[in-house]
Write a protein that binds this ligand. Sequence first.
Ligand code: C2E
Ligand code: CA
Ligand code: CA
Length: 737
Amino acid sequence: MQTVAKSQSKGSGIGRHITVTGVLFSFAVIVAVVTIMVLTALERVAGNANLLDDERSRETTIGAMKTFEEQLGATLDDYAAWDDAAANVYAPDGMAWTVSNYGEMSVNSPLFDMAIVIDDQKKAIIAYRDGQPMAEPLADFFAPSLWTLYDRVKAAGPADRPQAVGFVTTKRGIAAVGVALVRKKSGELDAPAGQHRYLVFARHLDDDRVTALGQTYVIGGLRLAPPAFEADYFVPITDPSGTTLGKLVWISRSPGDIAYAQVRPMVLQALGLVGLFFMVLLVIGWLAGRRLKGEENSAREEALRDRLSGLSNRDGLGLAVDRFVAEARQTRRNVLLLYLDLDGFKEVNDSYGHGTGDQLIRAVAAGLAVLIPQGAVLARIGGDEFAIAFLSDGEHAAALQLSEQILDFLAEPLEIGRRVVVVGASIGIAMSPAGTISREELVRRSDLAMYKAKEAGRARMTLYDPSMDADREQRNALEIDLRVAIESGDLTLVYQPLVDAATQALNGVEALVRWNRPGHGPVSPDVFIPIAETSGLIESLGLFVLRKACETAKQWPGLAISVNVSPGQFRNPAFTDYVRYVLKQTEIEAGRVTLEITEGYMIQNPQRTRQSIERLKGLGVKVALDDFGSGFSSIGYLRQFGFDRIKIDRSLVMDVDQGKRQREMLQATVALARSLDIPVTAEGIETEAQAVAMRLFGCDCLQGYLFGKPMAADHITALLNEGHAAEPAAPRRLGAA
Ligand code: C2E
Ligand code: CA
Ligand code: CA
C-alpha cells in the first residue's frame, strides 16, 4: 500500500510543481508587462516634456532674432529720420558731422558695429567699422543681398517707411543689416531724386552676442552653426531673398529625460516592492497550500491504514488489488490473494483481555510481514482477519508455499508479554489469472475458500474451487430456512435412552434436535448445527432445545436428561445465566440435567472452560465431556475441569470388534477415565458384544441403538409406563425402537 500512497503523492507533487511554476511565471510576466507599460508611459510623458521645452526654446530663439533685427531697425530709424542728419548729410560740408555722428558711433556701440552712408549710385560716402574707416569696397565685404535691401528702400512708395532690415552675410560672419533713407524726422527730404543718401547699419551676430542671447533668454548652448548643420531643433537665419545663411542651434535641455531619469528608479523600486509583496503573498499561499495538501495526503494514507497493526486496511487492500489486477492484465501475470483468519483469537481476547489481543495482532502482523514475498501487500481486514496479495508468474504454488510457511509460523506458541498463546489460522486462496478475475470476485473467492478451510478444521489452507459457490448457495438457502424454522418453532426434539450398564434399566435420555426441512426432508444435526454455529443462530437454537428438553423431562421424574451444548453457546459469557433462567422457568431439579460439551473449545481455552464449568456446576447441573476419544483428547486436561461424566465416542466403541489393538486402546481409555474417578458412558452401542465389552471395561452407562434409537417423547413415556407395569420383576432390557 505504501507504494500506492507514495506514487500518488509523487504525482500530485509534480502537479503542484507545475502549478507553482506556472503561477510564478505568469506573475513575473505580469510584473514585467506592468513595468514596461509604466516606463513607456513615463517615457512618453518625458518625450512630450522634451518636445514642449524645445518648442519653447525655438520660439524664444525666433523671438530673440526678431528682437535683434528690430533693435537694429529702431536704432537705424532714430539715426536716419533725423532733422540734423537730413541737414548735414546732404550738405557739402557735412562730412565731419556725418563721420562723428555716424561713423565714429560704430565703436563700442551695443546697437551697431558698422555705419555706412551710400549715395544713389551705391557709392560709399563714408564707411566705418568699429569706429574705423573701412578701406574695402562694400561689394567685397557684403554679400549681394545687401543691395536687395537697398533696392527695397529705393522702391518704397510715399506711404512706406523708406527702411529695410534683414540678415546678410559679411566677411566677418552674419549680421543684421538695415538700410534707410536719410531724411527729416517728418519724412520730408529736400534732396531731389537721384541725390538721395542712405544710412546703412550692421550689427554682427558674433559668438559673444549669440552667447549673450542664450543667457538672456535661457537657452542652453545657443550657438551659430553652418546651414548644413544637422539638428533636430534650430532656427534658420535667412537673408532677404530667403537663402539660409546659418542656423541657431542649442542643446536640448530635455527636462522630460531628466525627470524621467529621476523618477525611473523610484518607479522601478515601487514596482519591485509591489512584486515582492505579491511574491510573498504567493509564497505564503503556496506554503499554506502545500501544508493542506500534506495534511490531506496523510489523512488519505491514514484512511487506508489499520491503526493497530500499521498494515493496510480493507480499503487499502482494495486499492492495491485493483492495481495488481490492472498490472496483471498488461503483464499477463497472475494475482494471488490469500485470506487468513486466526483460529482462537476470540478466546485470547476473551480470556486475557483486549490488551493481549492487540499485542497478538501486532505480533502476527510482524511475523507475516517477514514471510510475504517482495512487493506483496499485507493487510488487516478485520478483527482477526488478514489478507496478502501479490503478483506471481506462476500459478498457486507460491501461495501454497507461503500458506505453509504461515501455518508453520503460527503453529509455534507465541510469546505475548508474560503469556504464551497458541493460535492457528485458516487460509483461503484465490487467483486472478492474467487479471481476468476482478477484485470483487477475487476477494469473494478467497473469502469463500477461507470459510471452507475453517469448516474443514483448523490450521488448513484451501484453494478456491467453483464447486464452493454451489455449496455456499446451498448453505445460504439452508441458513435462511433454518432461521425460519427456529423462529417458528419447527424444530423438534427426540430422546435417546441411556441405560444402566449393569441392569440395562432406563435411567436417562439424551435430547437430540431434529429438523424436517420443508421440501427437503430431514436434515442431520451434523449438517445444520455447524451452520447454526457460524451464522449466529446457535444461541436461539440452543435455548429452544434446553427449554424444551427440561419441560419435557418434567413428566419423567427420576430420569436424567442430557442436553448437548455447542462451543458457540458455551463461549457466550451469558450462557450460565440463561441455563439458570431456564432451570427456574421450567422448575426442573438441576441435578437431573447434564450438559454435554465437546473438547474442541476447551483446548483453546482451558482457563475459561474451567471457570464456566465451575459456574454451571454451581447451579447444580452436571457437565459431561462428549465424544471423548474422537479428537486430540489428552487425559491430562480432564483432571482440571472436574467433569461429572465422560462419554466415549461412538467411533471407538465401533472399533471394539475390530481387533486386539483397538480393543486395548479402548480399554486403556476407559481405564484412564475411571482412574480419575469419573463415571463413563459408552455411546453408539449396537451389539450385545459391544455392550458386554463396555460394561467389562468399566462403563456404568450405555447408549445406542441396541437400547433404543432417538425417539419421540411419547415413546419414552410409553417405555417408562412399561417399566412401571413390570416393576417388581427384574429390570428388563429395553427393545430398540
Ligand atoms: P452426539 O451428541 O454424539 O449424539 C449422538 C449421536 O449418535 C446422535 O446422532 C445419535 O442419533 C447417534 N447414535 C446414538 N446411538 C447410535 C448407535 O447405536 N449407532 C449409530 N450409528 N448412531 C447412534 P444425531 O442425533 O444425528 O446427532 C448428531 C450430533 O449432532 C450429536 O452427536 C450432537 O453432537 C449434535 N446434536 C444433536 N442434537 C443437538 C442439539 O440439540 N444441540 C446441539 N448443540 N448439538 C446437537
Ligand atoms: Ca451428545
Ligand atoms: Ca457423542
